[in-house]
Design a protein around this ligand. Structure first.
Ligand SMILES: Nc1ncnc2c1ncn2[C@@H]1O[C@H](COP(=O)(O)OP(=O)(O)O)[C@@H](O)[C@H]1O
Ligand code: SF4
Ligand SMILES: [Mg+2]
Length: 340
């Protein structure tokens, strides 16, 4: 992992026109991903995680969604101003992606081998023989046994875990600098999930590919990520290295997420507490802190003004009025023990 950012998102806002009005899905989001780093984006459903990822690949057509501002630089090049044609050279090649269920991204009527081969179309001078060798090599790397036979099969003939291994192979085959994986293991059972996450981590670390992994599950973050971005109401509320988030969390929402998952260090008497209420409606997001109505520490200022950024270290920051020097001292939100 190097210190150089491969991706930089700065103050990006993205909204959708809908019949009900404008949905402000992503609001002033900034973060960086370094070369070879695994960044997790976590938050409840509807918090803007997927739309943030879609912005990087410009997956939403301009007819539906629009950038309200900001900049996204991949290897120093601005993405937002790129044309569709330019984006086609980036998607699936420079930046690979993995979906929740590869059944939706794989073509059900085409053999696996043919689908993997299609990734090469128009962008390699490799001979047929060399392509075949490259495909067999990647299938072996993602742990597909009997690859010759698998290549002749159709997606429905494979298990969910196998399909996701194919998904990873397709994402990696273009030699990308970055892979975006949106809830890649949500549809798999726990044992298979653990295998797929460990495979993704090992491969990306060996090949020095950066990954953005989107999940609603902090357990996934603990297993694979170097760094975390916690999103709520279309905004980033906290970011830090994985240990920062589990042991020195600075935002009540992060604390809420941690309290709602089972951890290995839990005692028998500990209970899981889910966060009451639901994330805000992004048609008319609150003018102050988006978490205020659900926050046990909310103060008057929280409803009135968007919290300012507080930096704890060069890697760890949060947006919460509790961390402001003038805030009244409350119970330490870190009393909750984190960790796995
Ligand atoms: N194509 C779309 N058209 C209109 N609204 C959308 C569209 N995609 C997402 N949204 C809205 O944007 C917000 C963020 O969604 P999303 O990024 O999918 O959340 P998450 O991935 O965190 O569950 C939600 O309010 C969602 O309803
Ligand atoms: S800014 Fe206020 S409402 Fe928002 S999380 Fe912090 S204390 Fe709670
Ligand atoms: Mg999503």
């Amino acid at each position: 992992m190097s210190e150089n950012p491969i991706l930089e998102m700065n103050h990006v806002s993205f909204s959708f026109h809908t019949y009900g009005g404008v949905v402000k899905a992503v609001r002033d989001v900034s973060f960086q991903v370094k070369e070879g780093e695994i960044l997790g984006i976590v938050g409840e459903s509807g918090c803007g995680k997927s739309v943030t990822a879609q912005c990087i690949l410009k997956l939403n057509p301009e007819s539906a969604g629009f950038f309200e501002g900001g900049s996204i630089q991949y290897k120093g090049e601005e993405i937002i101003t790129k044309t569709d044609r330019e984006m086609r050279k980036i998607r699936g090649k420079e930046i690979g992606f993995i979906f929740q269920d590869p059944m939706t991204s794989l073509n059900p009527t085409m053999r696996i081998g043919k689908q993997i081969e299609e990734v090469f179309t128009g962008r390699t001078t490799m001979s047929r023989q060399e392509r075949k060798a490259a495909i067999l090599d990647i299938l072996q790397k993602v742990g597909i046994t009997d690859p010759e036979r698998r290549l002749k099969q159709y997606p429905h003939e494979l298990s969910g875990g196998m399909r996701q291994r194919i998904g990873i192979a397709i994402a990696l085959i273009g030699n990308p600098g970055l892979i975006i994986a949106d809830e890649p293991t949500t549809s798999l059972d726990v044992t298979i999930e653990a295998q797929i996450l460990s495979l993704l981590k090992t491969l990306c670390k060996t090949l020095n590919v950066a990954v953005i992994i989107i999940t609603h599950d902090l357990g996934v973050i603990a297993k694979v990520c170097d760094r975390v971005l916690v999103m709520y109401g279309g905004k980033v509320v906290e970011s830090g290295l994985v240990d920062d988030i589990f042991y020195k969390k600075g935002h009540p929402y992060t604390k809420g997420l941690l309290q709602s998952i089972a951890r290995l260090d839990m005692k028998k008497e500990d209970v899981l507490i889910s966060i009451e209420g639901t994330p805000p409606d992004l048609f008319s997001p609150p003018k102050g802190c988006p978490f205020a109505v659900r926050c046990e520490y909310a103060m008057e200022v929280c409803y009135e003004q968007m919290p300012e950024k507080t930096d704890f270290t060069k890697d760890h920051y949060t947006f919460c009025w509790l961390q402001h020097p003038y805030a009244p001292k409350t119970e330490d939100i870190n009393q909750l023990k984190g960790g796995f």
